[in-house]
Design a protein around this ligand. Structure first.
Ligand code: GDP
Ligand code: GDP
Length: 454
């Protein structure tokens, strides 16, 4: 892990306590209209990561950012190029997914080219969704192109905002419009537990058994209907009773929809994962026990960690393993997943139903750990002893000390350490390890940030 910069700490500690999830803004549009360029512009990245190579895939699709004091999560759909075959259906599917996961949609159109049939297909998705839309007329690099922007009034999506994503022209006004469209309060705050069932995302690489498990849990073998893309937006969630309580499985439409073979499928899967993570409280990551711990598995697990959601690991297809293999696998898991040893683990078989009932226990454990709050006095008593027993090593004649600590947030637990100097990463990991030993926190990532006294 690389050393975070000072500014990251400031960002981390200045977030409102118990603020819940930030609203989500999705940037959608057909390929080449400038979505990625616009995302880079909004994130204020100096170096463009846009590459003029078609089909370039990127891992990350969700970014936290702030405009005019309003934090939001930006969902970037630009890294995925649908293939030529069934292009419009792919674009539509992608737009539906992004729209379903977002509170506000930024719809990007190439003003120079004007609206095409593919754009119209997206417009239909946007209309059906009823979500607020900010229409961006992109590539308006100078005033001579303003008329091209005005032509997009025809789309009947409100005012077209003339923007040059490449040069920045008009992007501030456009962001003001985005902020204005943001909901007052997050629609699904983490604090309204009474409002409905706990929200679960079922994640995992293609063919790991997500839809099999879903069918098993739902207690019926449903026919997986190959929906014609663009005909349905909802329902995207399914409520399933487990352990005599209802649980909301988010974005099951994304699981039931088969997109494995399409080019860009992996990116599409990442997008789905990011979208589901935004909406869930706890993620169940399915791993294929007969083909375990591929790069894709590890990437999904780190996406969960980064999102700050609770995590349960489920090893599926356990029926395919013999005794010897089971034993060696346990060792492999321990080694490769040492960094998430805190996650509850269940071995299941979606095919036979074996141990599927144990999932609930894992979910309860993880959700409890996720919401654990340590009283300030206990925390400081514990840290006092820890620091006395094993102080930070002396560096350059100085010894950073922890003066005081507080738990700023839950879901996930977030700690702020007030220190007299920069604590090195290995010492922060030590503190985290000891915090877990002392207080538990099963099933949840924990964040530790510092405020360094000058
Ligand atoms: P995406 O596929 O929608 O993500 O599109 P990209 O962001 O990859 O942009 C496609 C192409 O349009 C790239 O060559 C960009 O440099 C170019 N482009 C993007 N925004 C602008 C703009 O505001 N003005 C001009 N002239 N070109 C742009
Ligand atoms: P998804 O792409 O993650 O939704 O995966 P599916 O549920 O479509 O499953 C992919 C394949 O794995 C199908 O052929 C399933 O029958 C098979 N499968 C799923 N779960 C198990 C399991 O527990 N054991 C075995 N042997 N096969 C399974």
């Amino acid at each position: 892990m690389s050393e975070p910069t000072q500014s990251e700490y400031v960002d981390a500690t200045e977030r409102e306590p118990d603020a819940g999830p930030a609203p989500v803004v999705a940037v959608v549009g057909r390929p080449n209209v400038g979505k990625s360029t616009l995302v880079n512009r909004i994130l204020g990245r100096r170096e463009a990561v846009v590459e003029d190579v078609p089909g370039v895939t990127r891992d990350r699709v969700a970014y936290d950012t702030v405009w005019a004091g309003h934090p939001f999560t930006l969902l970037d759909t630009g890294g995925w190029d649908p293939d030529g075959q069934g292009m419009q259906a792919s674009i539509t599917t992608q737009a539906e997914l992004a729209v379903a996961a977002s509170d506000v949609v930024v719809f990007v159109v190439d003003a120079v080219v004007g609206a095409t049939d593919d754009d119209d297909a997206v417009v239909r998705v946007l209309r059906r969704s009823g979500k607020p839309v900010v229409l961006v007329a992109n590539k308006v690099d100078g005033s001579s192109r303003e008329a091209d922007a005005a032509a997009l009034w025809n789309l009947a999506l409100g005012e077209p905002h003339p923007v040059s994503a490449l040069h920045g022209r008009g992007s501030g006004d456009m962001l003001d419009a985005v902020v204005e469209a943001l909901p007052e309060a997050p629609p699904e705050s983490f604090d309204d537990e009474d409002a409905g069932p706990r929200r679960i995302a079922l994640l995992g690489k293609p063919n790991v058994g997500k839809s099999s498990l879903l069918n098993r849990l739902a207690g019926e073998d449903r026919v997986v209907v190959d929906e014609v893309a663009g005909t349905t937006v909802d329902p995207i969630d399914e409520v399933i009773e487990l352990g005599e309580r209802p649980w909301r499985f988010v974005d099951t439409a994304g699981i039931r929809r088969r997109v494995h073979e399409a080019s860009g499928a992996e990116y599409f899967a990442s997008l789905r994962t990011a979208a589901a993570l935004e909406r869930c409280e706890v993620a169940v990551v399915l791993v294929d026990a007969s083909d375990p711990l591929t790069e894709q598995d590890l990437r999904i697990i780190s996406m969960v960690e980064e999102s700050g959601r609770a995590l349960v690991l489920a090893y599926n297809k356990w029926d395919l393993l013999d005794d010897d293999r089971r034993e060696t696998l346990e060792r492999e898991i321990d080694r490769q997943l040492a960094h998430v040893r805190w996650a509850p683990r269940v071995n299941v078989s979606a095919r036979t139903g074996w141990h599927v009932d144990r999932l609930v226990r894992g979910l309860d454990t993880a959700l409890d750990g996720w919401a654990t709050r340590v009283p300030t006095s206990r925390l400081n008593g514990f840290l006092g002893e820890l620091v006395a027993g094993q102080p930070h090593p002396v560096r350059g004649g100085k010894q950073p000390r922890i003066l005081f600590a507080t738990q700023a947030d839950i879901k996930p637990p977030r700690f702020v350490l007030f220190t007299t100097g920069f604590l090195e990463a290995s010492y922060r990991r030590f503190v985290e390890r000891r915090l877990r030993e002392e207080f538990g926190f099963p099933g949840t990532p924990i964040e530790i940030s510092m405020k360094v006294r000058e």
